[in-house]
Every structure is written in C-alpha cells, then in structure tokens.
Design a protein around this ligand. Structure first.
Ligand code: PMP
Length: 400
C-alpha cells in the first residue's frame, strides 16, 4: 500500500480486519449493477490535499454527490425508505401507488428518480418560495410538484403536513389536489388516483438513519481500515450523523463525533449546552433574535426522530457562519478544484476546526452531500467566482 503520509501511518486493529478483508474481496473492476439504484452507495473517499497539508491531519471526504440517482447522499435514504416500505407491504410496484414527501430539496429529487425506476409515482410538496429550478428538475423527473404557500411546521398547511395528509387522503379517495405554478400564479388542480398513498417522512422514518448505519458507516470503516479519529457532519434530518455514529462508535469507542451546524440552527446549543434554542444577543441591546442562514439542507430547530437516536453519541459541535461557509466553498475550488454545495462547505469548515482541536496526525472524515451545481442561484451567487485567485490563506477562511 502506498503510504502518502508516513508520519500518519496507522496499524490496522484486529477488529477492523474482517471489514477490511471484505472490502478488499469486493475490490477489482466495478461490477455491472441493476438499474440506477445500483449506482447508489460505495462512493469514493478522498483526501482533501489543501486542508490536510494546512492542518497536518488527514482530512478525508466522502463523495456523496456521486450517488447516481439524485446525485446526493439522499439517494441512500430514498432507496432505503422505498425498499423498507416494499418489504412491509406498504408499496407495490406498478400498482398505481404514490410516494408523498414534503421536501424542498435533495430527498424529493432522489425519490422522484427512484419512484420512476421502481414503478411508483412521486408527489412532492414543496414551499412555493423555493428556487424554481428545483421544481423544474422534479417535473423533468416525472414527479407531481405541489407548490405549497410557506407555513410553519405547526400549521396544517405546512408542506410536510400537507404531504402526510395527502398520503392518507389518497388511500381513502379517488382524487387528490395539487397546486402548480402557472404564469407566476398558484393554480389548484385535482388528479385521479388509484393504488395507495405512502408518506415517506424522512424526518421521522427510521429507514433514514438505517441507510447510513448499514451503508455509509461500514463503507467508511472499511475505506479507512478501521482508523478514524473523528467524524464530522451536519444534520438536516439527523439521519447521516446518527446512522454513522451508531455504526462507528461501538467499533471505535475513542472516535469523536462532531456536529457541523450552520448559523441559525438550534442543534449546536442542544449538543453543547443541552438546551434547544438559537437566539443570538443583539449587540448593545438585551433583545434576542432568530438568525437565518443561506445554507440549505442542514440546521434544524427541533430534535427529529432521526437525530434523537444518535444525539447521545455526538461529542461536540462547531457553529459555522454563512461567511465562513462561503469562504470555505471558494477555498476548495481555488486550492483543490472541488465544487460543492453549502452543507458540504459547512462540514469542511467544521472538519478543519476539529483538526485544530485534536492536533496534527489525526484522521478526520466528513461528507460532501451534494455538488455546487444545485446551489448556483443562491449559495454560489453569493460566493462569486474564484477567478484566478491562488493566494488565499486558511486563516482568512477561518476568520471570515
Ligand atoms: N446536505 C444536504 C444538501 C441535504 O439536503 C441534507 C439533508 N437534508 C443534508 C446535508 C443532511 O443530511 P441528514 O438529513 O442526514 O441530516
């Protein structure tokens, strides 16, 4: 085995031997797989050279944007939710069954693709203020796109609550309403339905964390020869961090699990202080205010079922501001040619902070959930072009 970092060479533990043997046995030319769903999982793990050189740690990134259906880590979750529903008899292919989900992003795209691959319809409820390219992409994937006026989660008309209600109505009725955008207006229509409705429910459905427990976690363990000092990830539903932590922690009791949390999320305080709020002192006054973020896909203000099952395993949290996420995203293009989305930038920033905390010689693993091309109109519009920049200092990124 080529040793790129001799001073960071680790002995394989006896525990990891069987996982390593299994991994080696599987290697060789990639096999022919069945359908687009066969292109999910077994993503590469690569060393981010600039961040490793700067920190003296090995910073490794799981290229989840290479999952084949929806090009994000959510492919694993969507496939797991569908397969477990099929096993439970809640979904039958080519019988008219519809998968309902409330999502403005990656999960809907993965579900829409896999629904087509496996013989279901996808009905995606999303807030009407979301970027139009997302609903266009869902339409291209053959999903029914239901644009729901924005409403808080506690309200009946919130997009997640609407998806749940429609799934139940589907089974009981012959028509289901949906709202489409036409010439800038929202128009409500009805569609005839048959079969059954299934609410995927990524926040509460345990098929979510189990996909990472049985996929992402074992892959990381095998790819790292059982040598991981820290795992760093954000939480949108909590599925990734909980599933990976639950797999790795029993095998590697000394591993540090770190939550990467964008500004405005309540989880940082939940992990660090055991309280669930995100209120920031406004300078010069005693008034507190809620902080918003441009980061998409991670950061929440409630403990979901998928975060709940892993929250006791999370050792530390790093808060990342929008400015820091933008600076890190630009850095990774400038130094390494890596073009990622906002949540991945938050993860990489937190990985560097973790490296500094643990000190040189450690191996830190994080996740690149999706590519920058999903974030051109919002996050990358703010990040701007890297141009010919070659001399940014990591200090400037950390202090952004
Ligand atoms: N990044 C992106 C782009 C996402 O869409 C999500 C999921 N909402 C995450 C990260 C976080 O993953 P999880 O839901 O497993 O916490």
């Amino acid at each position: 085995r080529e040793v790129l970092y001799p001073h960071r060479r680790y002995e394989d533990s006896a525990d990891s031997k069987s996982a390593l043997d299994a991994h080696v046995a599987r290697s060789g030319p990639p096999a022919i797989v069945e359908g687009i769903q066969g292109c999910i999982g077994n993503t590469p793990l690569f060393r981010i050279k600039s961040l490793s050189d700067e920190t003296g740690c090995e910073i490794l990134a799981k290229a989840e944007f290479l999952n084949g259906a929806g090009q994000s880590s959510k492919d694993r979750v969507a496939l797991s939710m569908i397969e477990i529903a099929e096993e439970k008899g809640l979904l039958t292919p080519y019988s008219g069954d519809t998968i309902y989900e409330g999502t403005s992003g990656s999960t809907g795209i993965s579900l829409a693709s896999l629904a087509r691959a496996k013989g279901f319809l996808a009905h995606i409820c999303m807030p009407s203020d979301q970027a139009i390219e997302k609903s266009n992409l869902l339409l291209k994937l053959g999903a029914i796109v239901d644009r729901v006026p924005p409403a808080p989660i506690v309200e009946k008309d919130n997009f997640v609550n609407r998806a749940r209600a429609l799934a139940h109505a589907h089974t009981a009725s012959t028509t289901v309403p949906f709202t489409a955008e036409e010439d800038g207006h929202l128009e409500t229509h009805e569609r005839k339905v048959c079969g059954r409705g299934f609410f995927a429910d990524q926040f509460e459905n345990e098929a979510n964390w189990r996909a990472h427990y049985s996929g992402t976690g074992p892959e990381l363990y095998a790819q790292c020869n059982g040598k991981i000092d820290a795992f760093v990830a954000g939480a949108g539903t909590g599925g990734t961090i909980s599933g990976v932590a639950r797999y790795l922690k029993p095998l590697l009791p000394n591993i540090t699990i770190v939550l990467a949390d964008p500004q405005g999320s309540g989880l940082y305080n939940r992990v660090r202080y055991g309280v669930m709020f995100d209120l920031k002192e406004r300078e010069g006054t005693r008034r507190r205010r809620q902080v918003d973020t441009i980061v998409e896909g991670i950061g929440i203000n409630r403990v979901t079922a998928n975060f709940e099952v892993g929250k006791e395993l999370v050792d530390d949290a790093v808060r990342v501001t929008d400015a820091q996420a933008l600076a890190m995203a630009r850095w990774l293009v400038e130094k390494d040619g890596i073009f990622i989305g906002s949540s991945s930038a938050v993860n990489c920033f937190a990985a560097v902070k973790t490296a500094q905390k643990l000190g040189p010689g450690h191996r830190i693993v994080t996740v690149l959930s999706d590519s920058g091309s999903r974030h051109l109109s919002r996050f990358w519009a703010k990040a701007g072009d890297v141009g010919g920049a070659v001399d940014t200092k990591l200090e400037d990124v950390l202090n952004a």
